[in-house]
Structures are given as C-alpha cells and as structure tokens.
Design a protein around this ligand. Structure first.
Ligand code: SF4
Length: 363
C-alpha cells in the first residue's frame, strides 16, 4: 500500500553509514526535506554491527538526527553482477558501476512505493576512480532508469540541475561543490552539522580487498555457482587448493575456528590436533585420500605440535569423531604451492591486518 504523502518534499537516500552519505542526508534535512534512508547489504559487506566497517550500523546517525532507515539485502541480485558485471570489475572483484546501477534501481522501486520525489546519494565527483567520475553519473542514472532524479548534494553545484532542483523542491544554492579525494570539506561540514561520530573512509566492501578477491575468483573458477556457506568461508582462515574439486581452509585463531564450525555442514570433513593449541580445518569439495592427508599435515603445521616429528590429527564431522591420522607437519615450500593467493601480490599485503581503517583478509 502506498504511503499517503505529506506536503514536504520527500526523498529516498542511499545510506552506507559512511560520512558522505550521512552528510548528504543532513544537508537535505536542513532544507526541511522528509528523508527516508535505505541501506543495502550484500554478502560481501561487513557485518553492520562491526564498528570498524564502513557499512557499519547506520542507526546512531538516524537516531541522533531523526530519520528512518530501511535495510535491504541484495542477495542473489548482487551475486549475479559480481559474476557477470556488464561494466566489468574494478581493480579487484568490485563491480562498482553495476553495483551503483542496481542500488539505484532498487532505491527507485522504494521511492515509487512510498511516493517520494527523488533519490539522494553521498557521491562526490572524482572521489573514486570507477563509479564517481563525472561522465559516469549520467550513464549510471540512465541505466538505472532514474535520469534527473538523483541528487548528489555534496557535488550538486558541479553537476547539471536535477529535476528536484528545477522544480524548486531543493534549494541548489544550499548544496555543495565538493570534488576529488580530499575529505577536508566533508569533515568541516560534519562539524558544522554536529556530526561528530563517523567512520574512516576505507572500505567495508570485501570485493575491493585483493586477497579476498583472489579467493573469490578461485572459487568461481572451480564452482561457478557457489553456495552461501562457501561465500561466507572466503573471509575466514587460510585457504589452500589441492585440486579443482578440493579446498582446505585452516583457522588462524579461536574466532576463525568458531566460524568454521558454525559454517560447516554435517557432511564436511573437519580436523584438529587434540591436547594442544590447534586450528580447526575444514575441507570443502570432494577430497581424495591424498587431499585428506595433505589437510592433516597442514593442520599439524599450524598447531602447537608443529615441531614434533609426527603429529596425531583428529578427523571429525559435526556428527562426531571419524578417526585419527598420524602425519608430519607440511613443509612451508609445499604449503605455498597450495596457497590460494595471487603470486603477484607483494608478501607484505598478504599478511593479516584488521585495522580500524579497513578490513583485509590474510592469505
Ligand atoms: S565498493 Fe563494493 S559496495 Fe561499493 S560500489 Fe563498489 S562493489 Fe558496490
């Protein structure tokens, strides 16, 4: 059922939870526009409850400044554009142009549903190489079927007037002319508008992470139609491929081990070394006897028993113990042969880091 409209102009704003999209909303609220925000979720974003993420919980700003946020998971629609983006991938597996088109299409559907007048994004001209070049905006809007309807308040003065500006729903004079990668104007505006708690700009989208992207590419090469469990496992542990049909994932720490166990299905082969600090290892695909022995030697290598000449590795599934094998910890040179990582990627980038600024996946 369509909502009944108030006299105030109404807009649907795409909200990532980052600084720019929040500012875009605040700029319009200041003009008396009724703004409803929509936050899109994908399998490749961070958990919005993770405060180090750029797509973190958008609610604090919504609560503080009094606007509604609707959450919308793009699920399979997003997976399709990751696999086959019409406009290609960016530097990694990020299909940014197709992603923007999809989000605008979905936002337009919501706009029509609630009887809003236009759409709003926090995009800044020239800030990102792929989707925020000047010539990209009209093309993206055209492809999404929202030509003239997308107001980008932070760069509006550098762009042709949109329909809401032409109709006088929005005062163009009170919009901005930000451009480029500098964040200083946004930070000054945030201070002016009383927005004091906002995340750092670096990515919450795992598709921009080189290690994660390489793993995803590997997965899609050997399984073009992966299930959700395989997608979720990409962000956990160390990844090795022993054959087109077998992948081994070894936990790095307690959190990884718990996640591996939570993603495992009852058929999956799991491993650990009992009695010492040990990773949990999961084998996905259809492992041979040789694959199982390689996985056992990897589990031994990453356990606290790695200096012992022979290590007993327990094989189990969620249904219980299946047996024990005795193995020698795998040599590092062999380990590297199986590791799923771009050989061009500098070693420094392959190390695990999870800082406040970005989420990076360890190889
Ligand atoms: S970085 Fe990820 S979420 Fe952001 S536009 Fe690109 S694909 Fe979409």
């Amino acid at each position: 059922m369509k909502e009944t409209r108030s006299d105030r102009p109404k807009a649907v704003a795409l909200l990532s939870g980052g600084l720019d999209s929040t500012l875009a909303i605040l700029v319009l609220l200041r003009q008396g526009i009724d703004v409803k925000a929509i936050t899109f979720l994908t399998h490749f974003g961070c958990d919005i409850s993770d405060s180090s993420s750029c797509s973190r919980n958008p609610m604090p700003a919504a609560e503080k400044f009094g606007f509604e946020v609707k959450l919308c998971h793009l699920a399979d629609k997003f997976m399709e554009i990751v696999k086959n983006p019409k406009y290609g991938h960016g530097k990694n597996m990020n299909p940014c142009i197709d992603c923007r088109i999809l989000m605008l299409k979905e936002a337009k559907t919501y706009m029509d549903l609630i009887g809003a007048d236009f759409l709003v994004t926090g995009e800044v001209l020239g800030q990102r190489p792929m989707s925020q070049r000047g010539e990209c905006f009209p093309m993206i809007d055209r492809e999404a079927g929202v030509e003239g309807l997308v107001l980008r308040p932070l760069s509006a003065k550098l762009l042709p007037p949109t329909i809401p500006e032409q109709k006088g729903l929005v005062d163009r004079e009170r919009l901005y002319d930000f451009k480029g990668r500098t964040r200083k104007p946004q930070m000054a505006l945030a201070e002016e508008l009383g927005l004091d708690d906002y995340p750092s700009p670096a990515g919450g989208c795992l598709l921009t992470d080189p290690t994660y992207s390489y793993r995803l590419k590997d997965l899609l090469t050997y399984n073009p139609d992966p299930d959700l469990r395989e997608i979720h496992l990409l962000r956990v542990g160390r990844h090795f491929r022993t054959s087109p049909t077998c992948k081994i994932i070894v936990g790095r720490n307690k959190a990884d081990n718990e996640q591996i166990l939570s993603f495992a299905s009852s058929d999956d082969v799991l491993m650990k070394v009992d009695g010492v600090g040990s990773p949990v290892t999961i084998i996905t695909g259809t492992p041979t006897e040789d694959d199982i022995m390689v996985a056992a030697s990897m589990t031994a290598r990453y356990s606290d028993a790695k200096r012992q000449p022979r290590v007993k590795v327990t094989i189990f599934s969620l249904n219980g113990k299946r047996g024990t094998v005795e193995t020698i910890p795998i040599e590092d040179s062999l380990l590297e042969k199986y590791r799923i990582v771009s050989k061009e990627q500098p070693k420094k980038r392959r190390r695990y880091r999870k800082s406040k600024k970005s989420v990076q996946v360890q190889a």
